[in-house]
Design a binder for this molecule. Sequence first.
Ligand SMILES: Nc1nc2c(c(=O)[nH]1)N[C@H]1C(S)=C(S)[C@@H](COP(=O)(O)O)O[C@H]1N2
Ligand SMILES: [Mo]
Length: 411
Amino acid sequence: MTSDNNSINEWNRRKFLMRSTGASAGLVLGMIVPFARNIPDGLLPIVLAQDADEIAGKDNLSLLNDRPLNAETPPHLLDDIVTPTDRHFIRNNGNPPDDVDPESWLLTIDGLVETPLSLTIEELKNQFEIVTYNLLIECGGNGRAFFDPPARGNQWTYGAVACSQWTGVRLADVLNAAGIKPDAVYTAHEGTDSHLSGDPEKHPVSRGMPIDKAMDPFNLIAFEQNGDALHPMNGAPLRLVVPGWPGSCSQKWLNRIYLRDQVHDGAKMTGTSYRVPEYKVAPGQKVPEEDFKIIEAMPVKSLITYPETMADISANEFEVRGQAWAGDTTISAVDISYDFGATWQKTELQEPTNPHAWQRWSVKINLPQKGYYEVWARATDANNISQPFAIDWNPKGYLNNSLHRIAIQRV
Ligand SMILES: Nc1nc2c(c(=O)[nH]1)N[C@H]1C(S)=C(S)[C@@H](COP(=O)(O)O)O[C@H]1N2
Ligand SMILES: [Mo]
């Protein structure tokens, strides 16, 4: 198969006279759509919704914002089982620290502990077991771009997610060494990035989690990313990695963890930040702030990482593949459809390399004739919960785990 840029540009250049879809999709696209009869009413084919992305930041990332810096990864660049550092997304709430010195960096553990600790990175390495895992980090706002009515904030599409290989010490080991006091119920995290206002008293983000979650042996205080020092934008020289929960729990430029006898109320913990209504709401519905609850485990989700959307396929049979993940649990199945959801086909699913890594899936498909197709992927988790087709709307645009669709043209 080929992914031919000229032909993609050709698609983009087309002037579409009609906006309607359904049975008229063939007319709109100027080509045959073999499964046009299955297109649900009101579904906009991807080819019509395509936007050229500005690529900047790290290699091949799409820049969403430059102050603070936010950049995401196009899905077809998330095809590796371990996400390379240059493809790991960047989500900054403030200004990253300029000069970091790993030698003199200090991590303080205090609050409700028996023995407050102050540790250099060298001491962390010497005093605790060092472990390496592939761990998934996904921003709670990934997929926000698809909310209607729109939700304010970075307009993440698919790529505020990555599964890099992290090396560090277990958060649980460090907390146990400090001694958790019986009245501690919640962690609180701080980093050395600065607030956009310049106010040194303010943190851009300071989040925490219940002690139970904090003791998960796959939470790391990490000093290596993919075998090297952490990337400066991913928290060098030290960060938390709290897989399965919103990325905001994974404090970058980490210099303090303290334990509290109440739910932490730091920056981006309160109000509507990283919170969703306690009940289902209608799109656009106003929800009183006291009805919001803190997001905990992230929901079941998948990505199609091959082929790239808008690719031309010349082969009769070809492979479709991607990744799937589900917060604190695992994936039990991924199904795909290439006839707008009329029929579904099971894919081959791999085990995660370790708990909290994403799982690879792949399947060979045969497209019956030339024309426009969409491939849809739908993951199901170990609790038998599947990705929805439509977004469960919420005011801040969190937790969009609706299924991933790509457009392909069989030529
Ligand atoms: N100190 C600090 N830690 C932070 C943030 C931040 O702005 N400052 N952003 C958080 C959010 S919202 C996410 S989604 C993840 C993103 O991690 P990454 O930028 O390494 O991809 O970092 C989290 N840790
Ligand atoms: Mo985030």
